[in-house]
Structure formats: structure tokens, C-alpha cells
Design a protein around this ligand. Structure first.
Ligand code: 9PG
Length: 587
């Protein structure tokens, strides 16, 4: 298999078309859009920039280097890397599988927007991957292609049927309709490519390069903690928090993190609701007095319609693309909010909004929370009307994160969640890398709601899948947060075997070890399992710090993958039942 660069494609409202690529370095034009390219060591590796040489602004959707995928031996597989924390990762077969947007019968475009850089449905023949991809054929040939960053714009790979019936790979710098002013020039993230050697090692090399370019924050210590979400969910009370804190003496938690459920409204993060009579400073003080680091969940870029922030600052809201009203950023009925669960999106190109986010970060820090989980943060990536139309989706998300960081301080631990992967490299210390776990291994077929995106719904299997698929990002982009352990064997549908499988996956990943059970439900067996997770986890994490991340040997063979090797152990799971074996091996 070979990738042969063939042409440049520009897509946008005012300009759309293609042109030949220069053979080495040079500038080419499609209408007013000039793209300067410099071909690097490998045939598919490029540095590039673009400029608007016309005298009026241009709204740009994307600029793509299109390569022919030649000499494919048998079936062509694509490793699809998901857009954000919860988006599914795994291998798919070209011509057999389709893009989930194609199956999205909910008709909700924002569901696609939450899981892809481009919220518009893919072509019927197309497979997509975000930030990086691997193409592999049956003869064992493979190519890894990735963008060296993603804070200026997204990088989307589209594997499509070419006019001659073969396959072509579009490497798209995605601008999401951002306006390029007349005369404006922008650097693009370089395209990195390699095809010689073990594709799993090449994926690791890509992550090292992209993490380095993005000044990834990778030096926080291994994290062990407790989180309120996966037992109490929205109904958590101050009494629950205190009861667990009282039982925590016997547990090795450093962080004690309160999740969704304390706030007076989505968007009003500095005030608690009636279930939390004590204010945030008092809660932080209670946690700190027990010798733990206080942690708090917020969803900083979305607001409830009836929140104070939304009603006092309607001009802070991003608007629908057609100007018909505020832009929804999430739909979640348990949040209420006055519109049945629809939440609006803050306009993170508005300097006042950024000032507000910085204020929230600073206030929470000074209330005593040096650990913040920032959730549902993909929202400002949606197509919409923003005060500054020149900002790309990636820049809008990143600006929001940078503002919270500026307020919380350089030494705060920021945990991304629902976070577009490449937007947050260099600003978060940890990041969720899979969808939510749940007190069940998998869902029954009838329980799925998000057609096309079923494998992003809460289920421990879905967390397991991405924990294996993204294990190579750990300590290269941040500390991986695989999501919480599910230790309890009461009030759960997880079998004891599935509990162990998930715990061992978290352990071998070397990622954050967070317990999220009512501690009163946990027995000596659960405690012993956590100790085992921490012992293996520290070893796997130390190896990752030294550059040796866990290895998922069947990542490119089938989805979901089933095996992970690290710290002298190999885990093999039966993903259907949740059962597994853990063997010791010689490394
Ligand atoms: C709090 C939770 C926890 C969890 C996060 C995130 O599509 N949904 O309705 C949806 C709801 C919740 C959710 C993800 C998706 O989970 O990952 O750890 O913090 O929010 O609400």
C-alpha cells in the first residue's frame, strides 16, 4: 500500500475547487485562497500555510491534501480516532463500515457535532478519523498519518472512494466556516506521516511529536481519587459527600472530587443548591481538613436558559447559524433549566465571556479547589454565530480552556472531559479518553438511544474500548483518565468478572485510578482490587513516563480490541461477556 499525494482541495462558502500539488515546495491557488506547501522527508509529510489573496473575506470549511491510496492488498482498514473524550475509537473496513453520521436517524446534527470536527454528515462511502489515522491492508502494509497539533484548527481524515473506483485519503485542515480576512495568512498544523515499521510504534511516535509541539502537560503525579458521579449521579447530597469522606480514612485517595449535582444551575458554578447547605469554600475546607485534595466538576461552556449567567448576559450566548436563537450545547433533561433540558453555549470568542470563565476558575481556586474537571467542553465547536467569526472551532474551545486555566492558576490540576482531543493538549493535566462507564458491562440492545452513536453511551465496555485504543496517549498528551473504576458488587449489574476486567484495564493503562462507589458498599475484596490496580498502575505509569506506554496488539485487527500489555502483565478480555484473563509475562 502506498499513499501518493495527488491534489489540493479547498471547500468553503465563497470558494470551492481543487488544484495540483507542487512536486516539492511551492504555492498553489484555488480562487483567492493561496496555499503554500513544503514537502518534507516522507511523501505524505507536509508543512503548509494558507492566505487569502483576494480583497474580501472568505469563509473556509476546509483545505485538504488528497492522496491516492495505491496498491492495496485485500481489504483496506482504517483506525478511526474519535473527536472528543467520549467518541469511539477503533478500526473499520473501507467499503463495509460507514461513518456513524450516516446512521444518525435521530436527525440531530449536533449529535454529529459532538463526535466529529465537522458536524455535517459524511458522504455515504466515507470513513472519518480525527487528528490521526492508520491505514492497513491485508498484506501487512500500513501508513500512519496525523496532524502535529490541533489548537489552530482540527485535522480530519476522510477515506473516500475515488473517481476511478479506488480509495483516496483526504487530510483536511478543518476550519468550520471561520472567516479568513482579505490579506490574512495562517500557518497550518503540519501533516506527519510514516509508513516504515510497526504501526503501533508509529502511532506512539506521532503522539510524541504532537504532544511535544503542543507543550503537553505530562508531569503530574499518578492520581488516585474518589468521584461522586457513578453511584449518586445527579442526586448527590452534602450528606453523601460527608459520609464517604468519613469512610475514606481506610482508602488511599489523594483527590476527593464532587461531580455534577452541587450547583444551583448549569452555568452558575459558584453557588450550591438546596442539597448542599454549605457553600463551596466550606465544602473544600471539609475535604481538605480530611487530608484530601478538593476536586470539583463544572461544565464551563454551557449554561441553563434560566441560570443567572444566561438571564443576566444574553449577549454572551453563541447563536444558531441562521440567527434564530441561542445555540444549544447539550440536551440533558435532568438538568432542567427551563427549556426541558436544552442548554445554551457560551460564545468563547467574546472577551467578556473569557473574563467570566477566568473569574470562575479563580473563584473556585480561591474557594479551595485546585482540581477541576471541565466537562461538556466540545460545545463551542458547534457551527454557529460567534462574535469573532474568524476563530475556528478549535480556537473557540481552546480559548475557553485557556481562560479557566488563567483563573485557576498554572499549578491547578485541570481534567478535560467531553474534550476535543487535540484542542486541549498543553492546557489540561489529565483528560478523559473514553465514554462514561456505568454499573453494567454493556447495554441491552433495546436500551440504546443514540442511533449511529450507540458506542458512546454509558457502558463499561465503551470505556474499556477507548482505554485500550488510546493507551498510547498517556503521558504524551496528558495523564489518561480511563474513567472511574466500578468496584462495587452490590447495586450494580456488573458481574464480579467484569469488575475485575475493567479494574485490570485501568491498571495496565497506567491512567488515573478513581473510585466512584458509595464506600459503604465496598468490602475487603474491593479494597484489595484497588490496591492491585494501584500497584500495577504505578508500574505502568512509570514505564509510560520513561516512554514505554501499554501496547494494544489487536488495535488494528478488529473493534473493539481485546488485549493490553503493560507492566509485565497481559490482559485478554472477552468483550461479549466482560470476562478476562490476566497473565504475567516476561518483558
Ligand atoms: C455529569 C457527568 C459525569 C461524567 C461525564 C459526563 O449524553 N449525555 O446525556 C451525557 C450525560 C452525561 C455524561 C456524558 C453524556 O457524562 O463524562 O463523568 O461528570 O457528565 O453530568
Amino acid at each position: 500500500m502506498q499513499l501518493i499525494p495527488r491534489r489540493l482541495e479547498v471547500t468553503g462558502d465563497e470558494v470551492s475547487g481543487s488544484t495540483d500539488l507542487p512536486s516539492g515546495s511551492g504555492a498553489v491557488r484555488v480562487g483567492p485562497v493561496e496555499v503554500e506547501l513544503h514537502r518534507r522527508h516522507d511523501g505524505m509529510a507536509w508543512s503548509w500555510s494558507l492566505a487569502n489573496r483576494g480583497d474580501s473575506p472568505v469563509r473556509l470549511r476546509g483545505v485538504s491534501i488528497v492522496a491516492e491510496v495505491a496498491e492495496v492488498g485485500g481489504a483496506l482498514r482504517m483506525f478511526r480516532h474519535g473527536y472528543q473524550s467520549w467518541s469511539s475509537c477503533g478500526v473499520a473496513t473501507f467499503g463495509v463500515d460507514h461513518d456513524p453520521s450516516h446512521d444518525n436517524t435521530t436527525g440531530i446534527e449536533l449529535l454529529c457535532g459532538a463526535h466529529h470536527a465537522d458536524q455535517r454528515a459524511a458522504r455515504p462511502d466515507e470513513l472519518r478519523s480525527e487528528a490521526v489515522t492508520v491505514l492497513a491492508d491485508d498484506r501487512g502494509a500500513s501508513s500512519v498519518v496525523g496532524f502535529e497539533g490541533g489548537v489552530a484548527h482540527d485535522g480530519t481524515f476522510r477515506l473516500r472512494r475515488a473517481a476511478d473506483g479506488g480509495a483516496e485519503l483526504w487530510c483536511e485542515a478543518f476550519f468550520g466556516g471561520a472567516t479568513i480576512a482579505a490579506g490574512e495568512r495562517r500557518d497550518l498544523h503540519p501533516v506527519w506521516a510514516a509508513s516504515q515499521g510497526d504501526p503501533l510504534e508509529l502511532l506512539e511516535r506521532w503522539a510524541t511529536v504532537a504532544g511535544g509541539a503542543g507543550k503537553a502537560r505530562v508531569s503530574s503525579p499518578y492520581q488516585i481519587g474518589w468521584c461522586s458521579w457513578y453511584h449518586y449521579f445527579h442526586d448527590v447530597t452534602e450528606a453523601d459527600l460527608r459520609a464517604n469522606l468519613a469512610l475514606a480514612d481506610r482508602w488511599p485517595f489523594e483527590v476527593f472530587q464532587l461531580d455534577d449535582g452541587f450547583q444551583s444551575a448549569i452555568g452558575d458554578w459558584l453557588t450550591t443548591n438546596e442539597r448542599f447547605p454549605t457553600d463551596l469554600a466550606g465544602l473544600a475546607n471539609t475535604i481538605a481538613s480530611a487530608g484530601r485534595t478538593p476536586g470539583l466538576w463544572i461544565a464551563p461552556f454551557i449554561v441553563a436558559p434560566d441560570s443567572r449567567v444566561a438571564t443576566e448576559h444574553p449577549d454572551w450566548l453563541a447563536q444558531m447559524p441562521d440567527g434564530s436563537g441561542p445555540l444549544p450545547g447539550m440536551f440533558n433533561p435532568p438538568w432542567g433549566g427551563g427549556m426541558g433540558g436544552i442548554m445554551w453555549t457560551l460564545d468563547t470568542t467574546n472577551p467578556e465571556v473569557l473574563g467570566h470563565l477566568e473569574h470562575v476558575g479563580r473563584e473556585l481556586r480561591s474557594a479551595g479547589f485546585p482540581y477541576l474537571k471541565l466537562d461538556f467542553t466540545y460545545a463551542p465547536s458547534f457551527d454557529g454565530r460567534y462574535q469573532d467569526p474568524g476563530r475556528t472551532p478549535a480556537q473557540r474551545v481552546r480559548a475557553g480552556y485557556d481562560a479557566v486555566r488563567a483563573g485557576a492558576g498554572d499549578d491547578a490540576f485541570l481534567l478535560g472531559c467531553g474534550a476535543p482531543i487535540t484542542h486541549v493538549v498543553g492546557v489540561v493535566d489529565g483528560n478523559r479518553i473514553g465514554s462514561d462507564v456505568a454499573p453494567s458491562w454493556d447495554l441491552e440492545p433495546g436500551q440504546y438511544g443514540l442511533v449511529g452513536y450507540e458506542d458512546t453511551e454509558p457502558a463499561t465496555l465503551h470505556g474499556f474500548r477507548n482505554t485500550l485504543a488510546r493507551s498510547f496517549l498517556h503521558r504524551r498528551f496528558w495523564l489518561n483518565d480511563p474513567d472511574c473504576l466500578m468496584l462495587r458488587t452490590d447495586k450494580t449489574q456488573m458481574t464480579p468478572e467484569a469488575v475485575r476486567t475493567w479494574a485490570h484495564a485501568v491498571a495496565l493503562s497506567g491512567g488515573m485510578a478513581l473510585v466512584s462507589d458509595d464506600l459503604a458498599l465496598l468490602d475487603a475484596g474491593a479494597r484489595a482490587l484497588l490496591d492491585e490496580v494501584v500497584a500495577i498502575g504505578r508500574e505502568a505509569d512509570d514505564a509510560a513516563v520513561a516512554g514505554a506506554t501499554p501496547r494494544c496488539d489487536d488495535l488494528l485487527l478488529h473493534a473493539p480490541p481485546t488485549t493490553l500489555t503493560a507492566a509485565g502483565h497481559r490482559l485478554r478480555a472477552d468483550v461479549g461477556t466482560g470476562e478476562s484473563t490476566l497473565e504475567q509475562i516476561d518483558c
